[in-house]
Design a binder for this molecule. Structure first.
Ligand SMILES: Nc1ncnc2c1ncn2[C@@H]1O[C@H](COP(=O)(O)OP(=O)(O)OP(=O)(O)O)[C@@H](O)[C@H]1O
Length: 556
């Protein structure tokens, strides 16, 4: 992905490389000029005024072309980083929920924060890298032009040096890959550190265990992996230094033996060029670490297999909901969790046959782990069924758009819900403040949360209040189908009653299809339909009998 992105800017890269070349040429011309001037002094011929003005123009050209080319490349690398962030955000947004779940939140988070930053760091050295690379290449050309004999000596040593450096570099990249894997492990434990903050604070033994037996070992592992990876780059830097001195030595000592015709002046010229080369070459070699990190980060992003289908972001137009429907039907739907990282039993749902009508309230119940939430994810299009068909009035869902137009018909509050601060209406625009205010008041949140230009002042509330806030947003979304997964489970008696006896009938009157996952058997009689889940299979229950039975059980 990164290389494709860089290739999109090849025009600017070529132009700035050309400017870098002019700057490097100025540097070489200055060296040649100094060299010639010294020879002239030696021969008793000197032209001070001309020599000085050449120096002044040479330095101005060196700085001017250098700054210009690096300015273009700096702007370019910032644009590439911006595009990379944009692409990453789109790719995560375009990836299906089931794939994101498989990849794991901590991995996605580590990538969009860590890997994108690493790539951005490697790209930030691109301008100087291009500049120094051009300088080295031109110096080599100049060497070849000056004396092919000495150039052959240098080329032989450089070729050998590059082969050795490549072997070390490959080992370094491999070590960085191992280090990056350790980072994922660390991120996953940091997630536990933050999310399990309460449990760790209360239980001192767990806190100490977590620190000593989990965090410290992984930190230690990372330390060793880090040193191992970085040492390869230390070897390369030292090898590059040694190579330069070996080349200088070879130019002075070896060439005298093999090429006695080469003059001392030419040798001095080569030594001068190589001293000039020290700066650019050290920069290139020092950049290898940064570039290798970038390569590893780029490979890591590729390995996540995030969606590449970003066409939907080409338009800002909102997706319309379908209001002209009467029945949603599931026919022989089956779904099995795929083997993830944790081996063992893979839970299976189905085959399920069910239907949901407009203006109907359907309850879904069943024991813990019986498959209710899995079914809810299948019904809402978050999971794609392995077999069977979901139809709306006889037309089957088309998953060609990833199920987006189907999912848009739902407004959901899952048990692990998230509340965004922006209240969006059914057209995907910020809602009117009066409307939000009305529902905040109805759900007794008006003292806690205010709204301005469709944005909520806070979402830092108690769990039950946050669920009520999620309900406010759901009201405003005004979708044709509402799915609430155990919404009332942690509400006080007043709001529990409000939910079942006020909200559900109201949504029903509005013609919504309401699907409620619930264990509140005393309210089952309010349902038009009740499905009971057991080991992934759904059974349609006679509402009256079931609620009577449950109520009796509750009374006993
Ligand atoms: N992401 C997942 N990957 C693999 N298996 C899963 C995953 N999520 C749930 N399961 C398995 O699916 C089964 C059903 O889980 P599900 O969440 O659908 O149950 P549920 O009926 O909603 O339970 P509860 O009433 O406790 O919320 C569980 O036994 C669980 O092991």
């Amino acid at each position: 992905m990164l290389f494709k992105l860089i290739s999109e800017y090849k025009g600017s890269i070529l132009f700035s490389s050309f400017l870098s070349m002019l700057s490097a040429l100025s540097g070489i011309a200055l060296i040649a000029h100094i060299n010639d001037y010294l020879s002239n002094i030696n021969n008793g011929v000197e032209n001070f005024k001309e020599g000085l003005s050449f120096m002044v123009f040479g330095v101005i050209a060196l700085v001017f072309f250098g700054v210009l080319s690096q300015f273009i490349l700096t702007k370019l690398s910032a644009s590439i980083v911006e595009r990379l962030r944009d692409i990453m955000a789109k790719r995560v947004l375009a990836t299906s929920y089931s794939n994101l779940e498989k990849i794991g939140g901590h991995r996605v988070y580590a990538t969009i924060t860590g890997d994108v930053r690493t790539i951005s760091d490697s790209l930030s050295i691109l301008p100087l890298f291009a500049y120094n690379f051009t300088a080295v290449a031109l110096c080599l050309v100049y060497m070849g032009y000056s004396s092919w004999e000495l150039f052959l000596v240098v080329l032989f040593i450089l070729t050998f040096a590059v082969v050795v450096a490549k072997v070390i570099l490959n080992k370094g990249i491999k070590s960085f890959e191992e280090l990056r894997e350790c980072d994922d492990e660390l991120f996953s434990n940091f997630k536990a550190l933050v999310e399990g903050g309460k449990e760790l604070n209360i239980n001192t033994n767990r806190k100490r265990f977590f620190y000593h037996k989990i965090l410290l070992p992984i930190a230690e592992k990372i330390k060793f992996a880090d040193v191992k990876a970085k040492m390869f780059f230390v070897y390369i830097t030292n090898w590059a230094n040694a190579t330069l001195f070996i080349s200088m030595g070879a130019v002075v000592f070896v060439s005298q033996y093999f090429f006695p015709q080469v003059t001392v002046e030419m040798m001095v010229r080569f030594v001068l060029i190589m001293i000039y080369l020290m700066g650019p070459l050290s920069f290139l070699v020092d950049s290898f670490e940064e570039i290798s990190n970038g390569i590893v980060a780029n490979r890591k992003i590729a390995s996540l297999n995030l969606s590449e289908d970003m066409a939907e972001f080409d338009t800002e137009k909102s997706v319309k909901t379908n209001d002209n429907w009467s029945e949603l039907t599931l026919k022989n739907i089956t779904f099995k969790y795929k083997k993830g990282e944790s081996p063992g039993f893979q839970f299976e749902v189905g085959p399920i046959n069910a239907s949901f009508k407009r203006g109907e309230v359907t309850f879904i119940t069943g024991g813990n782990g019986s498959g209710k939430s899995t079914f809810a994810k299948l019904l809402t299009g978050l999971y794609i069924p392995d077999n069977g068909e979901i139809t709306i009035d006889d037309s089957a869902i088309n998953y060609a758009d990833g199920g987006e137009s189907y999912r848009k018909n739902f407004s959901t509050i899952f048990s692990d819900f998230y509340v965004f601060k922006q209240a969006l209406n059914r057209d995907g625009e910020l809602a009117r403040d009066e409307e939000v205010q009305y529902y905040l008041k109805r759900l007794n949140l008006e003292d806690k949360v205010s709204v301005k230009d469709g944005c909520l002042s806070t979402t830092d509330l108690s769990h039950g209040q946050k669920k009520r806030l999620a309900l406010v947003l759901s009201y405003i979304e005004d979708s044709p189908i509402c799915l609430f997964d155990e919404w009332a489970a942690d509400q006080d008696p007043y709001f529990r009653q409000f939910f079942y006896q006020e909200l559900l009938p109201e949504l029903k009157r509005k013609g919504k299809s309401v699907i409620v996952i619930s264990h509140d058997d005393r309210y089952f009689s309010l349902a038009d339909k009740l499905y009971k889940f057991e080991s992934g299979k759904a059974k349609l229950i006679n509402v009256k009998n079931e609620s009577d039975e449950c109520f009796e059980e509750a009374v006993v």
